[in-house]
Design a protein around this ligand. Sequence first.
Ligand code: NI
Ligand code: MN
Length: 226
Amino acid sequence: MQISYHGHSIVKIKTSDYTIIIDPFITGNKLTDLIVEQEKPDAILLTHGHNDHVGDTVAIAKASDALVIAPNELAVYLGWQGVKTHGMNIGGACTFDFGTVKFTQAFHSSSYTTEENEIIYTGMPAGILLTAEGKTIYHAGDTALFGDMEMIGKRHPIDVAFLPIGDNFTMGPEDAACAVDLLNPQLTIPVHFDTFPPIEQDPEVFKGLVSNHEVKIMQAGESFEC
Ligand code: NI
Ligand code: MN
């Protein structure tokens, strides 16, 4: 499979037959290389309801007929906007055409803020384990460090982990380095930094804090084969 990073928390996975996008926050994302109209995924996976993760999901899903897989209340809310959804919840797994998705816990919050200044509750925030073509990718979503990351890594040996390092809203570099020790992934890619002033970080600092594990700092638009 091909894995690419597109700024903030956007990750794209291309298997031999399917394209999956996680957290497609494009409009308003100064770091991304993606263009909303060009994205034609088969599935969109969402970690939680915050606008910097839901992003352009509705526009992309309507244009591509992609299935939106999200925590249940978020799936219901997006379903009301006319997109095809599949709601899940923490601890549950489901196998789709492209692979298996399992939602894991994340210590964060989850709501969608409307243009009318309403905050819509969107269920529990989550991390995502995606297993396809024999590889397991863990996208932590937005989260604090938590001890059960060790259990997640033991239950589901992780090939590639995407971990937030921005601090303020999520783990910072030091806690994220501790998360790498607990998760024990083959490869870690830092995400969710530099998009906004409160989450400016030097990813090299994070890389320097991680010992005995490989860290790859990716620029938006960069990809690799896994
Ligand atoms: Ni968030
Ligand atoms: Mn976020």
